[in-house]
Design a protein around this ligand. Structure first.
Ligand code: DGJ
Length: 742
């Protein structure tokens, strides 16, 4: 791994043998972008990669005597608007009462071992990384802009962020400060992203990049169910397994934009950052503002290569240290089993019954506090409801522990019900102006997390309960988006800071709780998957993927989520049938076969199961315990996409390629179809022999010819066929053997 600095040419080359990222100082002192992609051999001069050409027709040039220095035709590192570049910029900052085009010019650089933490923000970390910081200055604004670039050894990853410091004596106003900008030389890409809504999150969407602006974004105060802060630009010939793909992920959980502007010369400018709409940040003298981080991945091994790089980065350099190598408990959550209707006996019986099945933790979901018998009250009143749990939480926790189970608890810390003691005592704690209309979502308002005293209050409540109950796990929910986004504590000219201050408050509560209670496992949740982002994974290594637990729907949701996020970050549970979201009835085996590819659990009432179902579940739990290390550490390959047809397949291969788990799913039965269907696998060692279903094959055969799939209907005696009907699936476990097949 190396950061080459050519002081004479003022060029910078970050490379690690997998990727190269090259830029330089242009003649006006601004930074010009030269190259990002597959690693290039270093050379003393790369300046020829920037093409200066006199554009035809009307154009504006910076220097009277040099018509070729036109910023709208030059690739830049961190562009501004208004100085012969007419594209949307990375930065817009001004003095409070004066106009100026930001002109940040090169001052100096520094190289750091490791990676400095970002100010109050989640971010990747790694002592083994190297960081290049470029300092630029705008003398008029009296401001310093630092562009931070980190490169990791053995990973095709570069991370970026920007820091702005006011070293002058006047107030500055930031209107836009992107985490990163990237000018690509052409537009020959497919814009691939993850979009959806509640209960159908992160479906894969693709469109051809075209002239004009295309973007994904959120203005909801959460990264959202609707657009995920992830974007891939893949070459049109790139597939899951081969070809060039650039992946981008924003490590942030609030309003964001990821935008590509294709100009009249077919150059593509990517900008990723906090959404500038409604954003405005006052920077007083001596203050600093840092953007959240942008993760950039390059893959020449298709979309799977991009995803594996992101997964590896998040496993090794993002999630809390402790959870990198520790198994997560198989849990049972009472939500779909009881909703709000439970008491201590019911919960203890569920725990005992689940414990007999091998399940390791009971999570008590919504409804244990205040007077919460439905979703119309009590958010904010974080004390136990003695009507439901007369012996209190401590006693319940002890009984659950005595049943051999860990105890986990649901909170929705960021919310307040108008019908709550908290609201009676602190009506001004809710987001929005007291004398103006406030829109409800699920009957609730949002607590103003931009105010430190409110965050302190939640910290006291939550830490008290953690200690009192010997808690092992917290599900942190967030069930509505933010409307009327104003804080009663911020001055009117500061309201543009509200959304970012809010999420900094959320991060600070997570930071305090996770550092004081590192043994407590956090699962983030936002009405299912409304905040599934890398920012959350920094604190909570798993996320409730979706409120939709239907196995067929989950194929799409989990397939899409895996584009950016590791398997072991996806909460995936087996629930009852008919499914509560789709009313579909899928076999118990298919529900588990889908849920295995995530952090496994159950979302049903074990007391209502038949003996046969209980036996099957015992087998599932035992199987997952054997496989969870593979799910945590393995390399994930998507094989057949649920977005392209009736069949889905994926597999996970251990890092040493000695074992693999394959999932194959067929949504609708297709009678009398192919008799000799095979599924070509990926990621195995071509030379190793693998045993699967009592037979042995070399890896090359399994990857070239494929794994033989069972016949769906046996034709002769359809009724006795094991695989029949819709929603069928198979799991194959492959183990390498020493058998010689030569
Ligand atoms: C939404 C979550 O996604 C569900 O799992 C459940 O916790 C409910 N909220 C409880 O209100």
């Amino acid at each position: 791994m190396h950061i080459y600095i050519n002081q004479e040419n003022q060029q910078f080359h970050l490379t690690n043998g997998q990727v190269s990222y090259i830029f330089h100082v242009m003649k006006n002192g601004q930074l010009g972008h030269l190259y990002y992609g597959k690693a290039l051999r270093h050379r003393s001069d790369f300046s020829h990669l920037q093409v200066y050409d006199v554009p035809t027709g009307a154009s504006c040039h910076v220097y009277a005597d040099d018509p070729s220095f036109v910023l709208e035709t030059l690739r830049q590192e961190y562009p501004a608007y208004g100085n012969s570049d007419f594209r949307e910029p990375a930065i817009s900052v001004r003095k409070e009462n004066e106009s100026h085009v930001p002109t940040f010019t090169y001052d100096s650089f520094s190289v750091l071992e490791g990676k400095p933490r970002l100010l109050g923000l989640p971010a990747t970390y790694g002592n083994e990384a190297s960081t290049l910081q470029i300092l630029l200055k705008d003398e008029f604004l009296q401001a310093e802009l630092t562009l931070n670039y980190t490169i990791f050894p053995d990973k095709p990853v570069i991370t970026r962020s920007a820091t702005l410091r006011n070293y002058g004596g006047e107030n500055l106003v930031i209107e836009r400060l992107m985490g990163a900008a990237l000018d690509l030389p052409d537009k020959d890409f497919i814009f691939t992203h993850l979009a959806g809504a509640w209960a159908r999150e992160r479906h894969v969407k693709e469109r051809v990049l075209e002239t004009g602006i295309q973007s994904i974004s959120s203005l909801r105060g959460a990264s959202s169910h609707h657009h995920n802060p992830f974007l891939a630009l893949r070459r049109p010939n790139a597939t899951e397994h081969s070809g060039e793909v650039y992946g981008f992920n924003f490590v942030y959980s609030s309003n964001f934009i990821m935008q590509v502007e294709v100009d009249h010369y077919d150059m593509a400018r990517l900008t990723v950052g906090i959404h500038p709409f409604g954003f405005q940040w006052g920077l007083a003298p001596k203050e600093t503002f840092q953007t959240p981080e942008v993760v950039m991945v390059y893959s020449d091994q298709g979309l799977n290569g991009m995803s594996q790089a992101l997964h590896q980065l998040y496993r090794e350099n993002l999630i809390p240290e402790r959870w990198k190598s520790e198994d997560r408990p198989i849990l049972i959550n009472n939500w779909e089993a009881t909703y709000f209707d439970f008491d201590e006996d019911k919960l203890v019986n569920i725990a005992k019954s689940a414990s007999e099945l091998g399940i390791e933790m009971l999570v008590l979901d919504d409804g244990w506090f205040g007077k919460r018998n439905d979703d119309t009250s009590s958010l904010g009143d974080w004390h136990v409801d003695f009507n439901k749990l007369p012996n209190g939480l401590e006693s319940l926790a002890k009984k659950i522990n005595d049943a051999g189970m860990k105890f986990g608890l649901w909170f929705e810390p960021e919310m307040i019900s108008p019908n709550s003691e908290l609201f009676k005592n602190h009506p001004d704690w809710a987001v929005g102006m007291a004398d103006q209309h406030r829109t409800l979502g699920r009957n609730q308002l949002v607590l103003d997390f931009s105010r430190p005293e409110i965050v302190d209050y939640l910290y006291e409540k939550m830490s008290g309960i953690i200690k009192q109950t010997n808690l092992s796990y917290i599900k942190w929910d967030m069930n509505r988006n933010i409307t009327e986004p104003f804080s009663q504590k911020l001055a009117s000219n500061q309201q543009g800071e509200f959304f970012h201050r809010y999420i900094l408050g959320v991060y600070s509560l997570y930071e305090r709780l996770t550092s004081e209670f590192p043994h407590v496992l956090f699962e983030s949740c936002a009405g299912g998957g409304g905040r599934f982002d890398a920012g959350m994974l920094y604190y909570a290594p798993q996320t409730w993927t979706s409120d939709n637990t239907d196995a067929v729907e989950r194929l799409k949701i989990q397939y899409g989520t895996s584009f950016a996020y590791p398997l072991y970050s996806m909460g995936s549970h087996v629930s009852a049938v008919p499914n509560h979201q789709t009313y579909r009835e899928t076999p118990l085996s298919t529900r588990a076969n889908t849920a295995y590819f995530g952090t496994f659990g159950y979302e049903l009432d074990p007391l209502s199961l038949t003996e046969e179902e209980r036996e099957e579940i015992k087998g599932q739990v035992a199987f997952y315990k054997e496989q969870r290390r593979l799910i945590r550490e393995g390399h994930f390959y998507r094989l057949l996409s649920p977005f392209s047809g009736n069949e889905t397949a994926w597999m996970v291969v251990s890092p040493d390629q000695s074992e693999a788990l394959v999932g194959y799913y067929k949504v609708l039965a297709t009678p009398n179809s192919r008799k000799q269907q095979t599924l070509p696998l990926s990621g195995l060692s071509a030379d190793k022999a693998y045993e699967v279903n009592g037979r042995t094959y070399y890896g090359d055969e399994l990857m070239q010819v494929g794994l033989q799939l069972p016949t769906e209907f046996n034709g002769v005696n359809m009724r006795s066929s094991k695989r029949r009907g819709d929603f069928q699936s198979n799991i194959f476990y492959l183990k390498s053997t020493d058998e010689n097949l030569d």
